[in-house]
Design a binder for this molecule. Sequence first.
Ligand code: GTP
Ligand code: MG
Length: 328
Amino acid sequence: MHGDGALVKAFLEGQPRALARAISRSEAGAGAQTMRALYGRTGRAMTIGFTGPPGVGKSTLIGALIALVRRQAKTVGVVSVDPSSPFSHGAILGDRIRLAEHFTDTAVFIRSMASRGHLGGLAGATGDAVALMDAFGKDVVIVETVGVGQSEIEIAQLADTTVVALQPGSGDSVQLLKAGILEVADIFVVNKSDHPMALQLRREIRSMLEMLEFPGWEPPVVSTQATQGGGVGELWDAIAAHRDYLVQSGERTRKRRAAFLHQARQLAMGRMERRVDAALGALDTEPVQEADPYAAAERIVASVASSGEPAPPAESPAAPLRATVKGL
Ligand SMILES: Nc1nc2c(ncn2[C@@H]2O[C@H](COP(=O)(O)OP(=O)(O)OP(=O)(O)O)[C@@H](O)[C@H]2O)c(=O)[nH]1
Ligand SMILES: [Mg+2]
């Protein structure tokens, strides 16, 4: 077993096994030391989040993008996250099959993880994995996560560029309005553009976007046929254009700062939660003393606060509103 020093040394020498091990440490909730040693090296990679419903073709698209990026002699890291459950690895298995052709390429590092069950969810272990791949020197770091509720919002806080992939003929455009994804997507992809409903979905997304006012970047809609590699060049161009926009507008610095605060908040909340749970456990073993749950809560807060631990953090910086509805 590596000590922290040996692990960091191997990491700095560029050994892929050290990268894998550092990520495992974070997954086990024991990544603080390695992150402390390596965090200073982050901030160089282009980070891209891919989200969308199950089966829309995220992994196939990512596979095609990897091939394109590799032709530019750039190195790539991929984190594929299964947010549904730590026990169902169905999605992860699909991802592995889809990305299999890249497994033998040493410039491509692929890692699967389940986000539930880890402290801080997507921002916790996934945030660390992205940071570690960045620190390791990967030029492009891609995160794939199935779009279920909060994960789109989370991924938008983690990555520079958020790509939302949608499926024709599935009612995705309605879902998108409900889930507030319009506000977090930097680029929309209509994949399976060979599907007869593809043009209609494209039109629907466009008309929804027309109802919004974007002060800065306006999300383009790119059509792809991932299995054939169709539109993948256009998708990459859109990602590169967004990256240029971020850098030139100063948004990238602001976004990275917000991501930093978000991750710090998630980590702090995880720690507070554990303390509160411990205090609750202690309360549970005592004969009932509190007259009501409010009194119990006060006592827990007082005991957590007086244990010399830092006070609970203030409200998290809310996800920046990138678009507003026209006329409101
Ligand atoms: N017809 C068609 N099929 C596609 C296209 N892109 C992907 N597929 C197929 O759609 C299926 C799902 O593709 P994946 O890339 O695994 O989708 P995913 O979004 O990563 O799925 P999960 O990770 O399980 O959420 C596969 O059978 C692909 O071959 C496309 O452009 N056209
Ligand atoms: Mg997948």
